[in-house]
Design a protein. Sequence first.
Length: 178
Amino acid sequence: MVSFRWAFNEAQAHFEEVLRIFPDQPDAHFSLGVIFARKAKFDEALAHYTQAAEIRPDAATHYNLGNVLMKVDRADEAIAHFAEAVRLDPQMAEAQNNWAYALASQGRLHEAADHFAAALRIKPNLVEPMSRVYANNSAKHASRSSNPTPYIKRQRERSLRSKISAEIPKPPVGAACA
């Protein structure tokens, strides 16, 4: 069985050769961004995704740029790239979801709720994100809002959950459940 590391190294060498001959080839830059992101070499990934986005802006490149920026704690920049991905492809639920996650990572939960709801309208089976946000961010952001009491935190969580559940399409009456 061929190891993934070897395959990535082999692919990396090929894409670097393509860029040596055609330095403005966006697919090679995008592919190297993927490879470096998988190797956790985020600076290199950002450089290649940025180059690809400059040559040929598309939703996938901006989405991946946003994901790598989140890995290096640059949520403000990530938000801009997720927004651009959604502008270029309004049906990209994953970009809406990650935009919401980036907003939530900054404690901007009400804005995040709007984007989670949009993601769920596009892709109703995308239900995992809210639990992940609450698990990862509730304690982290409690101190940012003058250390709210547990009651206030519960109220905020209920408000956010009800806003999102109101956005989830309801099955028609009499519809069979799977």
